[in-house]
Design a protein around this ligand. Structure first.
Ligand code: IPE
Ligand code: IPE
Ligand code: MG
Length: 232
């Protein structure tokens, strides 16, 4: 499952604070939700932290976010092994990412590579379209003949091909759009759009979203299961 962590800026603006205070306040939610997901038995959690489009934000905000991610990674890295969390970063290829931060992300990936409890993927400098274009490039470079290209083979050229398709995406703050998030992998995801802003999102809200998901009738293009006595 995945979270599009949205609404930090509005959280701050409603308090007449600078937008960056909203990002700072998001840290608590991130840690709470990782724990809530682990407690609920979620094996694959992806958090959308920074999109390829977020580079269009004012430089001071982008710089703040880079610094914040570094502080959060350094502060919480030592806690991950004991919790059995494998952490990795989806994206993170842009040369504008400060070198020290890129190194910390690599170090955390290496440090937690053998953990098997939960895989936490942080989508950082991520764009769904970019991933698809890079998969196409990789497929062409592999010399695969066009008539051998299948959905399954294509998916193997996406980053982290072991990650299962996303079943549930939670996007906070009431915004109802994809914003270029894992376009291939969300093809049949269920979406939940709680109104609450990300810094106010708590474990109880997260559990409520899981309940909403459980009540959904997932059909995958089929028809609902037959009720007793009903003719096809
Ligand atoms: C999400 O909060 C965090 C990032 C995109 C990095 P926003 O910063 O988008 O908050 P709003 O949508 O402006 O309220
Ligand atoms: C999407 O949120 C990216 C993240 C939450 C990291 P945005 O706030 O950047 O998306 P838009 O601009 O509203 O589509
Ligand atoms: Mg936003």
């Amino acid at each position: 499952m995945a979270c599009v962590m949205d609404g930090n800026g509005r959280w701050a603006q409603r308090r007449s604070l600078p937008r960056t205070d909203g990002h700072r306040a998001a840290e608590t939610t991130v840690i709470d939700i990782i724990e809530a997901a682990r407690g609920a038995g979620v094996r694959w959690l992806t958090l959308y932290a920074f999109s390829t489009e977020n580079w269009n934000r004012p430089d001071p905000e982008v710089e703040f976010l880079m610094g914040l991610v570094r502080r959060v990674v350094r502060k919480h890295a030592p806690l991950l092994p004991a919790r059995g969390i494998r952490c990795r970063f989806l994206g993170a290829g842009d040369p504008r990412i400060p070198r020290e931060l890129a190194r910390d992300l690599d170090d955390l990936t290496t440090l937690t590579a053998d953990n098997r409890g939960m895989t936490l993927t942080v989508a950082f400098d991520h764009g769904g379209r970019r991933d698809i274009v890079e998969a196409a490039r990789s497929l062409i470079l592999s010399g695969t003949p066009a008539d051998e290209v299948t959905e399954r083979l294509f998916a193997e050229h996406l980053p982290f091909p072991d990650t299962p398709d996303v079943d549930l995406v939670i996007r906070t703050s009431g915004e109802q759009r994809i914003s270029n998030f894992m376009l291939w992998q969300v093809a049949y995801a269920e979406w939940v759009f709680p109104e609450v802003l990300w810094p106010d999102f708590r474990a109880s809200d997260f559990i409520a979203c899981l309940h909403t998901y459980r009540r959904r009738d997932r059909r995958f293009g089929g028809v609902p299961p037959r009720t007793n006595g009903e003719r096809p």
